[in-house]
Design a protein around this ligand. Structure first.
Ligand SMILES: [Zn+2]
Length: 921
């Protein structure tokens, strides 16, 4: 049937140009053309004994190959879904929910019975009503449950190099549409809407497929060492800014995540499943998940996912697929794609299939894993999920409503933290960002329009608050509470493992409190707030303001929040002459300004500068004060040597191997999209020889620089810094510049501190000195207990134990220009095992350090030994070198772009440092 392909291609290309009405007409014509005959389709063998209707276009007809024969590109995926919609618009609807950074549209489809597909907005409205017991009583809820369909959201390919899921998504849609009378499908379509997001990360997948097919030769290689099987930097896992988007659901920094949050908040599907891939030697993972579970998940949610997992067991046995449950993949961190939906009441889970990472993969056990195998498994799991949802239709709807009832009740019952308040504070922009972020999550947020008292404290108008007695109360709890504990038994088990020298089983960070990461002061109160207020949504803008716009001498911007940062970066790019005070100062009318405050003088700017200041204040949300006198009663005058002129630095950063891609991408994102300032990414191999004189700042994100920076690279860096460059290093880059081979930064890392134990060890060693002459042997030892074996197998000089991720309190020096305007306490994320001895004063300064052993842990689970050893050790080190300097963070300040509370310090490290460097200008 050659005509079908052509016809469809023609129809699709015409479709782009025609109006909706004509499209519908055309669609029905196409359906008529493929008269709905039932044929046993030769093309498909993934679900045995299925008869597919010929009125739905097949893979071969649309794409020219069978399912699993090729790794479908983003563009072909789109083409396939458009063809499905064109063929059956009454049963499948395609929607766009956003655009990626690289301009690709993000889509999802809804598949179901015609009457459901025709009224998706009505369905969404009913789910929203069911979600709110304050307006929907038990009786009304029962009525809704009796009429509502169940719903499942299947999301695929958030990691762009986990390829099989997108082809499985296409197969799932085809199967449901082309075989509606097949027994399982019939059950599903009878009472369930199946939503499919076939590709959450189009940019990452495109990077993968382009590279994969560009590397292929005469035959596809299944060898894990082949070029085909090895992705170059940056792998397709991440999006354009190299974010792991399966960790982005808390801070919602990426447009892909923002689009999904919006659409899930609209439909609130009962079950959400996120389909991934793991290493090719592994089999298949589905729920029940591994310990620990987030304590704010309910037993119903855990049980429901277990029910669906049980259903998979049935199908996987039938198909002879291997699988495992309850290991590795936990449900503790609330920022995964399968945990965020939990907090609006869904039952959610992750699936992982062993990946072929190409067309074929040779497993260690000798089996050949084909791409089609992996697509097959994800397809079966998808259909089995939808079946599980259909089978548990009533229970799921009932539990969903009950979740909301419980959420409100547990908020009301909280005797300590029923309401969280964000009082007016110095970091006005941070408080605003946190409030609007929560609104974006679907949380009800209020802002007072009058001053009020709550729990014995006075609050001004403008205070935000969140009452946890709301349907999203548990989400607020898990993201706002300072400490979410892992279950006791799990912690005991991890400590036991560590004592046995086994790796721990903690999968991701153990801390994520948003107020801590944003460094925002919050209060808690156990009572309802009584004050006039407005509710805030995500579009709420931070208002900027200029007091005394006619100022005759200068405009001042207090330093210390992101509004001031955005004002500065915009001002520098638009050519305003800006100074910054190294120390705090007070005007003669007693108005006080923080260290770092910006001074924009009439004297040195163009005549129309006031207009620009006004515009920038509005755009950035900054508060600007115009002054008619420069007289200062305390601190430096505007013309003091303690004020520096800010320049617009050219910023470079290391890119490509051996930089860690996520550190590179996240850092670039923070500077470009949060600080709003351009960065030039330079491939690391160029850094060793290129003339960097054009740049004032070079950032080395975390990475294994030892691997590829040779002596000449180090020499090049050293001479650039000496001539006035600012070298900023994060995490493992700090390790590199401090290494003995490089010796740019004058600090050393510490070995683990070993506490002297009084316990008798009971191991005795042969005293006879004559016994050991042979260096390949050691003296004889007698062990009397198993502990002797463990002690003897321990590495003598080892690094401190690895930390999966905790939030730590850091104290900041308040007297140095580099930390001007930065809060005295900031919160850092600690990952890994690096602890540094302080720099000595003859080389530089420790400008921020971890707090004492009792205070260092802000949130999460930290080994006792690390807690003790981290205390008072440096987080930020400054070291002058010639006309330039090093600014080194011992941990990364830009991880996941969600450590907002460090952004002013980061801005200082770039812009204030550049102003203080002394290159020949
Ligand atoms: Zn994944």
């Amino acid at each position: 049937m050659p005509s079908i392909v052509n016809l469809l291609a023609a129809a699709i290309s015409i479709k782009k140009r025609l109006s909706v009405t004509v499209r519908l007409l055309l669609a029905s014509c196409v359906s008529l053309l493929f008269v709905s005959s039932v044929v046993a389709n030769e093309e498909y063998d993934l679900w045995p004994n299925t008869q597919y209707n010929s009125n739905i276009p097949t893979h071969t007809q649309v794409l020219g190959y069978k399912v699993g024969e090729r790794i479908t590109t983003y563009a072909d995926m789109l083409r396939f879904f458009e063809a499905l919609e064109l063929a059956a618009p009454e049963r499948i609807k395609l929607f766009e929910y956003g655009k990626t950074w690289e301009g690709r549209k993000l889509i999802y489809v809804a598949i179901g019975a015609t009457e459901l597909i025709n009224d998706l907005d009505g369905f969404a409205k009913n789910m929203q009503t069911l979600s709110d017991p304050r307006i929907t009583n038990k009786q009304q809820a029962k009525q809704l449950q009796a009429t509502l369909p169940s719903s499942v959201w299947l999301e695929y390919g958030v990691h762009g190099n986990e390829i099989s899921s997108t082809d499985a998504a296409m197969m799932t849609a085809y199967h449901l549409l082309a075989a509606p009378d097949e027994a399982t499908n019939k059950k599903i379509l009878n009472n369930t809407i199946v939503f499919i997001d076939p590709l959450q990360n189009p940019d990452g997948r495109t990077r993968f497929t382009q590279r994969y097919y560009a590397t292929a030769g005469l035959q596809h290689s299944s060898d894990r060492i082949s070029a085909e099987q090895n992705e170059p930097w940056p792998k397709g896992r991440t999006n354009h800014y190299l974010f792991d988007m399966n960790r982005d659901w808390l801070a919602i920094t990426q447009p892909e995540t923002a689009g999904k949050v919006k659409i899930l908040n609209h439909f609130r599907p009962l079950v959400v499943v996120d389909l991934h891939e793991m290493g090719g030697d592994a089999s298949y993972f589905f729920a029940p998940s591994a310990q620990p579970f987030n304590p704010y998940m309910t037993q119903n949610q855990i049980d429901n996912i277990g029910l669906i997992g049980r259903n998979h067991g049935k199908h996987f046995d039938r198909f002879g697929f291997d699988y495992f449950t309850r290991e590795v993949y936990d449900a503790f961190y609330p920022g995964y794609g399968d945990s965020w939906p939990t907090f609006y009441g869904a039952s959610a889970s992750t699936y992982e299939v062993g990946s072929a990472r190409g067309q074929a993969f040779q497993k260690n056990n000798g089996e050949l894993l084909t791409y089609k195998d992996t697509v097959h498994k994800h397809f079966v799991a998808s259909i089995s999920t939808a079946e599980g949802v259909a089978d548990n239709h009533e229970k799921l709807l009932k539990d969903f409503y009950q979740y909301q009832v419980d959420a409100i009740a547990s908020g009301k019952a909280d005797k300590k933290e029923r309401v969280y308040l964000l009082p007016i504070q110095q970091d006005r922009a941070g408080a605003h960002k946190l409030a609007t972020l929560m609104a974006r999550h679907g949380v009800e947020v209020n802002q007072s329009t009058e001053s009020f008292k709550a729990c014995g404290k006075d609050y001004s108008a403008g205070t935000y608050w969140i009452d946890t007695a709301q349907p999203r109360g548990k989400f607020v709890k898990t993201t706002f509470t300072k400490q979410v504990d892992m279950p006791k038994e799990f912690v005991i088990e991890q400590e036991r493992r560590r004592a046995r020298l086994l790796n721990d089983e903690i999968y991701d960070v153990t801390a994520w409190s948003l107020p801590l990461m944003f460094n925002i002061e919050t209060d808690a109160c156990n009572r309802v707030i009584k004050a006039d207020s407005v509710s805030i949504d995500e579009t709420h803008k931070l208002p900027g303001e200029v007091l005394n716009p006619q100022a005759s001498v200068a405009f001042l911007v207090a330093w210390g929040d992101m509004a001031a940062v955005r004002f500065l970066t915009a001002a520098l790019q638009q050519g305003l002459v800006v100074k910054s005070a190294d120390k705090a100062f007070v005007l003669e009318d007693n108005r006080a300004f923080t260290a770092g405050s910006l001074i924009i003088e009439r004297r040195v700017n163009t005549a129309d500068y006031a207009d620009l200041v006004l515009k920038l204040a509005e755009q950035s949300g900054a508060l600007v004060v115009g002054v008619n006198s420069s007289w200062v009663t305390e601190g430096p005058s505007f013309g003091s040597r303690n004020t520096v002129t800010m320049n617009a630095p050219k910023i470079a950063m290391a890119w490509d191997e051996p930089v860690y891609s996520q550190s590179a991408g996240n850092t670039r994102f923070v500077i470009e999209r949060q600080l709003n300032y351009p960065v030039t990414a330079i491939r690391s191999n160029m850094l060793s020889k290129a003339d960097l004189a054009n740049y004032q700042v070079l950032i080395l994100p975390s990475g294994d620089y030892q691997k590829s920076f040779d002596e000449s690279a180090v020499k090049n860096l050293k001479s650039w810094v000496s001539n006035g460059g600012v070298l900023v290093t994060f995490g493992k880059a700090t390790q590199f510049v401090a290494s003995t081979k490089v010796a740019l930064l004058d600090v050393k890392r510490e070995f683990a501190y070993k506490e002297k134990t009084d316990k008798p060890k009971n191991a005795s060693t042969d005293k006879d000195k004559s016994t050991v002459k042979d260096k390949s042997k050691v003296k004889g030892q007698l062990f009397t207990q198993k502990q002797n074996l463990l002690d003897a197998s321990e590495v003598k000089k080892k690094s401190p134990d690895n930390v999966a991720g905790v939030l730590a309190n850091v104290e900041v020096d308040q007297e140095h220009w580099l930390t001007a305007g930065v809060n005295q306490n900031v919160v850092a994320l600690i990952l890994g095992s690096d602890i540094y001895a302080p720099i000595t004063l003859n080389s530089g300064k420790n400008l921020a350090w971890f707090r004492g052993p009792e205070k260092v842990l802000a949130s999460g689970y930290l080994w006792q030994e690390n807690k003790k050893q981290l205390a008072y050790k440096p987080f930020l080190i400054h070291q002058p070198l010639g006309k330039g300097m090093l600014v080194s963070f011992t941990q990364e300040p830009t991880t996941r772009a969600y450590l907002d509370g460090l952004n002013v310090l980061l801005t200082n490290s770039i812009f204030r440092a550049a102003a203080h460097a002394k290159p020949l200008r």
